[in-house]
Design a binder for this molecule. Structure first.
Ligand SMILES: CC(C)(COP(=O)(O)OP(=O)(O)OC[C@H]1O[C@@H](n2cnc3c(N)ncnc32)[C@H](O)[C@@H]1OP(=O)(O)O)[C@@H](O)C(=O)NCCC(=O)NCCS
Length: 168
C-alpha cells in the first residue's frame, strides 16, 4: 500500500546526511551494497552535482524526514554508454514494504526517458526478494547472474543484472 504521507522530490544538499546514514546502515549490516566502508560526503555531493541529463537524485520524505532515496548515474564512463544509466534505491528499513520504492522509481524512470536515456540497469546482490520484486514490478527484466563476484560477511555473493529499456 502506498504511504500517503510520503512525498518524492529532488534531493538537495540538506538531504545528504540522511541519505548517507541510510546507506551506511546497509554498508555495515547488509549485502545490498558491496561497499565495506561508508563513503565520504563528497561522494554524495558529486552524485547530486552531476550535470549529465540522465543523472537524477530523488528522496522520499515522510513527515518531513528523508526515509529513502534513488538515483541514476553512469553505468560505465566510455562514450558509447552515454544513454545507459544505472539506478540505485535504498530505504530506511522501517520504511520498506509500503510502496516507496515504487514511488521513487515512478518519478525517476520517466525523468530518464524524458532525458533521452535508452537503457536502465540495476545490479542486485542476491538474495534480495524485495529488490527483485520492485524491479520486476517496475518493468525490468532479469538478464543474468554473475556468481560469487562479491565477498562480504565471510560469504560469497552473486549478483543479478536487471534491465529496462526506455523509449529514449
Ligand atoms: C528494495 C527496496 C528498495 C524495495 O522498496 P519497497 O518500498 O520496500 O518496495 P515497494 O513497497 O515499493 O514494493 C514494490 C514491489 O516490490 C515487491 N516487493 C516488495 N517487497 C518484497 C518482498 N520482500 N518480497 C517480494 N516482493 C517484494 C512488491 O510486491 C511490490 O510490487 P507491487 O507494487 O506490485 O505489489 C527496499 O526494500 C529497500 O530499500 N531494501 C534495502 C536496500 C536494498 O536492497 N536496495 C536495493 C539495492 S539493489
Amino acid at each position: 500500500m502506498t504511504d500517503r504521507r510520503a512525498v518524492v522530490r529532488a534531493a538537495t544538499d540538506a538531504d545528504l546526511d540522511a541519505v548517507a546514514a541510510i546507506y551506511a546502515r546497509e554498508v555495515r549490516a547488509g549485502h545490498a551494497t558491496f561497499d565495506t566502508e561508508p563513503p565520504p560526503r563528497s561522494v554524495w555531493e558529486k552524485k547530486l552535482g552531476s550535470a549529465h541529463p540522465g543523472d537524477h537524485f530523488l528522496v522520499a520524505a515522510a513527515d518531513g524526514a528523508v526515509v529513502g532515496f534513488a538515483y541514476s548515474g553512469p553505468f560505465r564512463d566510455r562514450g558509447a554508454y552515454d544513454r545507459t544509466r544505472e539506478v540505485t534505491v535504498y530505504l530506511d528499513p522501517a520504511a520498506t514494504g509500503r510502496g516507496l520504492g515504487r514511488a521513487l522509481y515512478g518519478e525517476l524512470l520517466p525523468r530518464l526517458e524524458v532525458a533521452g536515456m535508452r537503457t536502465v540497469l540495476a545490479c542486485i546482490a542476491l538474495p534480495n526478494d524485495a529488490s527483485e520484486g520492485l524491479h520486476r514490478a517496475c518493468g525490468f527484466e532479469r538478464q543474468g547472474v554473475l556468481r560469487e563476484v562479491g565477498r562480504k560477511f565471510d560469504r560469497w555473493i552473486d549478483i543479478a543484472w536487471w534491465q529496462r529499456r526506455l523509449a529514449g
